[in-house]
Design a protein. Structure first.
Length: 345
């Protein structure tokens, strides 16, 4: 049998690992050597040569003098602390790579998103789309004009960075089952949200395998108000436990239950997704699925910078997936059939 003599491409991450430095340091050593100490740069060059790393030719790589020095990030709702954290993390990583960051808030509106992107494109070197509401086709067209990375949105042929929820959801359901819960409600997110579809399908699969009852309650917005307004539809056909699309909705839903005299967790257990900073400060403190937002934001920028500087093979587009985990707090408790019976009347 003929041997396959093709060698696996050596990437900038391989160089960084061998040199014991961050990928951003290696990027600067090749693209902006004046930002790295001479000793560090020399060591990176020697290691890169020894393991067979090659950048693209200088003529095919944008000259740093011709770059705008600005990256863009589009977020669905800057008032949501999740997107604020993505933005802050991305900005720190941009600064460490010698770029500024332009922040665009689409306000959960596809028209605003498209218009703001079109206005920003001439002034940026690349863009991160965080929870974009644009179509797959629209995003692919953008990727033909500028380096692009999607955050929490998987599109074939586009580099994406994703927080998987299966691990955290599985742990949450297992915890709730151990407390005696067998009926669940999912408070949904926006219809145009790729994440909402993934979260619903994942939760449906988990509950189906364990023969647990699950229903879906739609919401008008992924906000406190959206969660609060889901209270009445929930009470029309209540379940023992609720898992919300995000923490803010879960907190709004808990407020709705309190306003209607339903105790959490004594009568209904509630779980959110995100683990935003104030989730542990509300009463009761919210059990939630933690997503690694800081790592997500910084990884998106690292990937985008590698595209801009041509320091990553163009054929590597596999999604980068970061793990979730379940955090137990006071909003989940043991099932109480008698209390549930009182809710159902």
């Amino acid at each position: 049998m003929a041997q396959n003599n093709r060698r696996k491409s050596v990437t900038i991450r391989d160089v960084a690992k061998a040199a014991g430095v961050a990928t951003s340091t290696v990027s600067r050593a090749f693209a902006r050597p004046g930002r790295v100490s001479a000793e560090t740069a020399q060591r990176i060059y020697e290691i890169a040569d020894s393991i067979g790393y090659r950048t693209t030719s200088i003529s095919s790589r944008p000259d740093s003098d011709h770059l705008h020095g600005m990256l863009g990030i589009v977020v669905a709702d800057l008032s949501n602390p999740v997107f604020s954290e993505y933005t802050r993390s991305a900005q720190h990583e941009c600064l460490s790579n010698g770029f500024g960051l332009l922040v665009l808030d689409s306000e959960e509106n596809m028209v605003i998103e498209r218009t703001s992107i079109n206005m920003a494109m001439p002034n940026i070197d690349g863009i991160v789309l965080a929870s974009s509401r644009l179509s797959d086709t629209g995003i692919r067209k953008l990727a033909q004009t500028k380096p692009l990375v999607t955050l929490n949105r998987s599109i074939r042929g586009i580099q994406s960075v994703i927080a998987e929820v299966k691990t955290g959801l599985s742990q949450a359901v297992q915890h709730l089952v151990s407390l005696g819960h067998h009926s669940f409600t999912y408070l949904s997110g926006p219809e145009s949200s790729w994440q909402d579809g993934v979260r619903w399908r994942t939760l449906s699969s988990i509950c189906s395998r364990q023969h647990l009852k699950l229903r879906r309650v739609p919401s008008n917005a992924p906000t406190f108000s959206g969660g609060f307004c889901a209270g009445d539809p929930f009470l029309a056909n209540p379940s023992e436990a609720v898992i919300a699309y995000n923490d803010i909705m879960a907190i709004g839903f808990i407020a709705a239950m309190h306003a209607r005299g339903v105790a959490v967790p004594e009568q209904v257990s509630v779980v959110g997704i995100d683990d935003v900073q104030f989730s542990s400060l509300v009463s009761p403190a919210l059990s939630t699925i933690r997503l690694p937002r800081k790592e997500l934001g910084s990884t998106c920028v690292d990937e985008l910078v590698e595209q801009i500087r041509h320091t990553k093979p163009t054929n590597t587009k596999a999604p980068i997936v970061l793990k979730s985990s379940y955090i137990v707090r006071a909003s989940t408790g043991r099932a109480n059939p008698a209390a549930m019976a009182r809710i159902r009347g």
